[in-house]
Design a protein around this ligand. Structure first.
Ligand code: PLP
Length: 398
């Protein structure tokens, strides 16, 4: 009898997660039973949270929480439609004006998630005759935006400006070119070489878009992100940001000139065909912007925490890769060993993120740790003690 090829065959072939679960070292979908603060409750046990992107600790800030409550009271729980049709609130417009002002651009557009920003913006701007150039370490949402775009996608090895220039020379004058780069690389915590990227882009007539998911709120004197950090705010064509990290909510935005934002608003399918961000999420992001502006000391504490941990982990002998930000990886290498290291650290009361391929290069598995303004010294003392113990047990340090 003829055997059918079953679409679901691949389902049976996925065995790695089950093996890790059976072995008791499965690091994903761990249910948390408390707010995402510096310490969380997991399985009834207090655990130090080093896996959150709540960099400024604003998810529990009274001003942010109160704004979200008020928005629910005024607008209800959801908009039940896309921005194009019935889903635009005055609150969304207020948030967009505020974001544009904050980012120093003419306009901004709010999407329902940061992931959708990259899908929608890249696929609407990069047309059939255009070329998209990505850093090989760019976030998955940029890669998926590239998959949706009709133009050709080219990649350069992480931070390799010589290859970037070669690609630009090849396509200069023949196609419209968009370079998209993470401002802060989300797993390794290093910062894009924006001055060089912008210089090359100007030289060869390319446009630059920065995904500043991990830069906004963290980098720059005013927390405006990677371009502010380098003093290049007027040189970057588009900045993408998310509300799901420093802005303590969910949603995302793109900021740029009024003309380009208007085009995106009328052509990005991930924007046009998806329900708008709920009122509470929009209000929380708006209130988080207030706090970023009025409490700059949070950023100072965040950086003090990050510098302390980076210095101590390095002096213990850990490989923390190329981190320059509050994202500090502990490089383990092998994925299986990482899962066991994750479990060891977790059982000692510290939660980090186990990052394996495709989030990192093969053979470069790492425990991604990230810090908050609301981590206090006692949290960090405890975490560092746990890392020292676990690092010795696993032979990562001597
Ligand atoms: C660099 C980067 N870009 C985009 C996103 C997507 O953002 P969101 O969580 O708002 O969908 C993330 C979040 O993981 C990210 O780290």
């Amino acid at each position: 009898m003829e055997r059918h090829l079953d679409l679901f065959d691949k389902v049976v072939r996925l065995t790695m997660p089950q093996q890790a679960q059976a072995g008791g070292f499965y690091p994903y979908f761990v249910p948390i039973d408390s707010p995402s603060g510096p310490e969380v409750i997991i399985g009834g046990k207090p655990t130090i949270m080093l896996g959150s992107n709540n960099y400024l600790g604003l998810t529990q800030h009274p001003h942010v929480v109160a704004a979200a409550h008020r928005a629910i009271d005024r607008y209800g729980t959801g908009c039940t439609g896309s921005r194009l049709l019935n889903g635009t609130l005055t609150l969304h417009q207020e948030l967009e004006s505020r974001l544009a002002k904050f980012m120093g651009t003419e306009a901004a557009l709010v999407f329902t998630t940061g992931f959708q920003v990259n899908l929608g913006v890249i696929s609407s701007l990069v047309g059939r005759n255009d070329v998209l150039i990505l850093d090989r370490s760019d976030h998955a949402s940029i890669v998926d935006g590239a998959r949706l775009a009709f133009g050709r996608t080219l990649r350069y090895p992480h931070n390799d400006m010589a290859v970037l220039e070669r690609l630009l020379i090849e396509h200069h004058g023949k196609s419209g070119i968009l370079i998209v780069v993470d401002g802060v690389f989300s797993m390794e915590g290093d910062i894009a070489r924006l001055p060089e990227i912008v210089r090359l882009a100007r030289k060869y007539g390319a446009r630059v878009m920065v995904d500043d998911a991990h830069g906004v709120g963290v980098l720059g004197a005013g927390g405006r992100g990677t371009s502010e950090h380098f003093g290049l705010q007027d040189q970057v064509d588009l900045v993408m940001g998310t509300f799901s990290k420093s802005l303590a909510s969910t949603g995302g935005f793109i900021a740029g000139t009024a003309e380009v934002i208007y085009f995106i608003k009328h052509s990005a399918r991930a924007f046009l065909f998806s329900a708008s961000i709920p009122p509470a999420s929009a209000a929380a992001a708006l209130a988080a912007l207030d706090v970023i502006e009025t409490e700059p000391e949070r950023r100072t504490t965040l950086w003090a925490n990050a510098h302390r941990v980076k210095a101590e982990l390095t002096s213990m002998g850990f490989d923390t890769g190329v981190s320059e930000t509050p994202i500090i990886p502990i490089v383990v290498g092998d994925e299986f060993r990482l899962a066991q290291f994750w479990k060891c650290v977790f059982e000692k009361g510290v939660f980090g993120n186990a990052a394996i391929t495709p989030a990192v290069e093969p053979g470069h598995a790492l425990l991604r740790t990230s810090y908050m303004a609301t981590h206090e010294d006692h949290h960090l003392d405890r975490a560092l003690t746990v890392f020292r113990e676990a690092g010795r047990e696993f032979g990562l340090i001597s």
